[in-house]
Design a protein around this ligand. Structure first.
Ligand SMILES: Nc1ncnc2c1ncn2[C@@H]1O[C@H](COP(=O)(O)OS(=O)(=O)O)[C@@H](OP(=O)(O)O)[C@H]1O
Ligand SMILES: Nc1ncnc2c1ncn2[C@@H]1O[C@H](COP(=O)(O)OP(=O)(O)O)[C@@H](O)[C@H]1O
Length: 204
């Protein structure tokens, strides 16, 4: 890790010891009768992450699963309200969120995350926090032109007008996944078909 967050980690770590709790992840998962997982949605703004994440959580809840949805817009109102959209702040955003998702998986939940998470290295770092098979990367795939045409929040219009800087796909990069477990093409398929594909693919 680099940047303003690095020193704080290094100064605290040496004197902090790990406490092993008596109740384990397996105990919590057993009580909930489910396999905990992190379903990690990544894609451009307007690609359909929030829509699909919400529909997925509704479907899983209807199946009796215990879930939680972490959505970029919401987390940036609270836990990460001190972070902006620079490369460094996005990396810290994803680092914190992936640690929160890990805690939630440890609690036995099926966690769905909906963040642009534009950098491959940050997504790989998130994946590395989890056990094999626990982290499912889902590429919510729609070309920039389609996302811009949708522009559900009017943000692309503002970015093109220069009113928002460092906007993903315009003047900030998006690195498409090269190892996603699931690719959902939201440009050529309707929401219903995409949700169906997602539920079938994640194996929860
Ligand atoms: N500059 C810029 N670039 C991209 N997106 C922007 C920007 N400014 C604000 N927004 C709004 O913030 C949401 C993205 O937050 P994330 O936490 O998902 O971003 S990141 O993962 O840290 O890159 C994103 O949400 P989604 O549209 O749901 O993706 C936007 O609504
Ligand atoms: N197949 C699809 N999957 C998801 N969203 C779709 C799809 N087709 C059209 N849309 C629309 O695209 C927009 C996606 O917005 P949103 O879910 O907020 O994206 P994101 O969270 O990635 O910014 C919504 O208005 C949604 O109704």
């Amino acid at each position: 890790m680099s940047g303003p967050y690095q020193n704080r980690e290094n100064t605290s770590k040496a004197n902090v010891v790990w406490h092993q709790s008596s109740i384990t992840k397996a105990d919590r998962a057993k009580q909930k009768a489910q396999v905990p997982k992190c379903i990690w949605l990544t894609g451009l703004s307007g690609s359909g992450k929030s829509t699909l994440a919400n529909a997925l959580e509704v479907a899983l809840t209807a199946q009796g699963k215990h879930t939680y949805l972490l959505d970029g817009d919401n987390v940036r109102h609270g836990l990460n309200k001190n972070l902006g959209m620079s490369d460094e702040d996005r990396t810290e955003n994803i680092r914190r969120v992936s640690e929160v998702a890990k805690l939630m998986v440890d609690a036995g939940l099926v966690v769905v995350t909906a963040f642009i998470s534009p950098f491959r290295a940050d997504r790989d770092a998130a994946r590395a926090l989890f056990e094999d098979g626990e982290f499912v990367e889902v590429f919510v795939d729609a070309p920039l032109e389609k996302c811009e045409e949708r522009d559900p929040k009017g943000l692309y219009k503002k970015a093109r007008a220069g009113q928002i800087k460092e906007f993903t796909g315009i003047d900030s990069p998006y690195e498409a996944p090269d190892r996603a477990e699931v690719v959902i093409n939201t440009a050529d398929n309707d929401i219903e078909a995409c949700v169906k594909q997602l539920i079938a693919a994640i194996g929860v």
